[in-house]
Design a binder for this molecule. Sequence first.
Ligand SMILES: [Zn+2]
Ligand SMILES: [Zn+2]
Length: 302
Amino acid sequence: MNQPLPYEDESLTGYILRLSIANYYPSLKYIYDELSVFQNKRIFSYYLDTLMLDDCDLAKLSALAGSSLDILRNLMFCEVDKANQMYVYNKSVFSLTAICTLKAKLCPLCLKENEYIRKIWGLVNVTACPYHKVMMVDQCQNCSKKILWTQSNIFMCSCGHSHKNSKVEIAGEACISISEYVYQECGLLSKNLSLPIDLINLNTMNNVILFFAKHIGDFKNLSQLSGINSLIKDFAILQKQVFDLFKAWPQGFYESWINKERDNKIVNIKRLWAILESFILKFLKIERTPIVLLGRNLLTIS
Ligand SMILES: [Zn+2]
Ligand SMILES: [Zn+2]
């Protein structure tokens, strides 16, 4: 058995894929069939970074891979709170909604340097690579097929295109800043970077972006953002909308909201304010008084 060493920041699913390829297995299924979690079950997704394999399955993998249980366990997002579906990466804790469990995203330039799947690519808000400043790739550039964890080999599309050879697109400021923030919070970048407003932590940032998606973005259904049919370029638009609002905080924030509502021909400042206030109180570390004053002004103007 060939036993490639796992990288510290590798995804467990991605590692098993490399292990399969190193041993010329035609599919990941050969190794998955060994695991009790999949026995007698139809495999509908190969993604197991959030699955929390038990020690028995980890021991089987450990025997195949020649790596310790602890090393392999670290390749998963560890569940720290089962009831609330909270996971941890290094010291950063976030909910399952922060993780893309259906679609895979890749940085072609990282893959070109070293062909392995970084676990952090699984986080929804990583839309760009902070090292190469390019957009992540989530579909085949040859046949447009989406890169999904239902596929056994996500390095290469079934049409024969190797994703590391994909053309890259320079990422915008919002995608880079937000992705860098995720890397930093997960201990992979030491930049001491801060976003335009203090979002407290990675989980709050994720909730804020989902909140905006629901209330002001054109995303009425959250599955549009992480479902099988979601596209990274749509998520990038949402990230930019949120980033721009925050950049102009607080004045521009109100203005762009009002303009947006006017565009939508639903000028209902009271409703708008109620959403805004609940957002502020729920997510931001901002003193309440100036916000209440601003709200009062806004309501009198209208
Ligand atoms: Zn990269
Ligand atoms: Zn293809």
